[in-house]
Write a protein that binds this ligand. Structure first.
Ligand SMILES: [Zn+2]
Length: 344
């Protein structure tokens, strides 16, 4: 039986903090520990289905965590290692391939949570005026020093940009880390030009893959399913232009667009969504995880990826060489050519 099922203790009519999406305190405790076995109370909002940490850590606790523990506990290093740079570059290339139709027309692009800058680098390769903000000083400095990229050490809530400054803003695996995702998207929407796009990718809480024991992480303050992610953007005043779930079901991507007039608000709730999330979580026990074909296919893919990375690291030397190798092996040049065609 899964950790999720054994530790649930029913409905908590009054959560410590209200839901950041719908303001409701009606919640169900669905887990008490994180993926490493440390205490982490996690609740499901019964009004909208958004999953969150409750009580939410304070701003000071989060600042301390990101300053001293996050990169080590999550990525295993204070500085980007060569293997991770190559992997991140390939992930960035895949994102570009998938999102190209929505980003081709945009010239000024901001990547929020840019990490070591791989997506900013690839956007620049395609002729964009791309820049990034990244709260971790080590990673942001690495992007500036090693790749010469305009990645500033900055948190989204401290960043100041003129209204309508960007034609596109991207957030890859950032929104789940924020204490108030609706507020964050509302602020970012103001930086978008009319009809500009905001791309958000997050882990899918309904994911049919991955170990149930490793579902919740201290850094992930919110856990979305497709409906709660769409609703977060709508409540920030945005409209949904496109959405997709990764082939393995593990990630959600929504492309939002900025309308002429932004009218942010609080969600009235999403009828039936909490029940849907609960069903998805209960369907994924430890036994079904161990027996699933997808578990073993993922393991095989991981081994193959690791082998490919070792070969790449022997062949190329230095972060810029990794990124250039990824540009050559992907269809980046085609994307850049299309961009030139579309703007002439
Ligand atoms: Zn809610």
């Amino acid at each position: 039986m899964s950790h999720f099922l054994t530790c649930e203790s029913g409905i908590r009519p009054a959560a410590h903090h209200p839901c950041s999406l719908c303001d409701s305190r009606a919640a169900k405790l669905i887990a008490t520990k994180d993926r490493d076995g440390r205490p982490l109370p996690t609740v499901l909002c019964l009004n909208c289905g958004l999953v969150r940490t409750d009580p939410m850590p304070s701003a000071a606790e989060l600042a301390d965590y990101y300053a001293h523990r996050y990169r080590r506990s999550y990525k295993g290093a204070w500085q980007p290692e060569p293997k991770r740079v190559y992997r991140a570059a390939r992930v960035a290339a895949d994102r570009w391939r998938r999102l190209k139709p929505h980003l081709l027309a945009s010239r000024r692009v901001l990547d929020v949570g840019a990490s070591s800058g791989e997506f900013v680098y690839l956007l620049q390769t395609c002729g964009k005026q791309a820049e990034g903000i990244e709260p971790n000083e080590n990673y942001a400095r690495w992007a500036r020093d090693q790749l010469g990229l305009p990645v500033r050490t900055l948190d989204w809530h401290r960043a100041v940009f003129p209204e309508r400054n960007f034609e596109a803003i991207t957030l890859f695996h950032v929104l789940e880390h924020l204490a108030n995702p609706r507020e964050a998207l509302t602020r970012l929407a103001g930086w978008l030009d009319h009809d500009g796009v905001l791309v958000v990718e997050v882990p899918n809480v309904e994911s049919p893959v991955g170990s149930p024991k490793r579902r919740f992480h201290y850094a992930h303050l919110h856990n979305f399913n497709p409906a709660s992610l769409r609703e977060t953007g709508r409540c920030a005043g945005l409209t949904v232009r496109h959405e997709e779930i990764s082939p393995d079901g593990g990630n959600l991507t929504v492309v939002f667009a900025r309308p002429a007039v932004i009218q942010p608000g609080v969600s009235p709730g999403l009828p039936g969504n909490a029940e849907r999330v609960l069903q998805a979580l209960q369907a994924r026990g430890n036994l079904s995880y161990a027996l699933a074909g997808s578990t073993w296919r993922r393991l095989a893919a991981k081994l193959a990826r690791s082998y490919g990375e070792r070969r790449a690291l022997r062949r190329w030397h230095g972060p810029r060489a990794f990124l250039e190798a990824v540009v050559i092996e992907s269809d980046f040049q085609l994307g850049a050519a299309k961009l030139r065609d579309s703007t002439t």
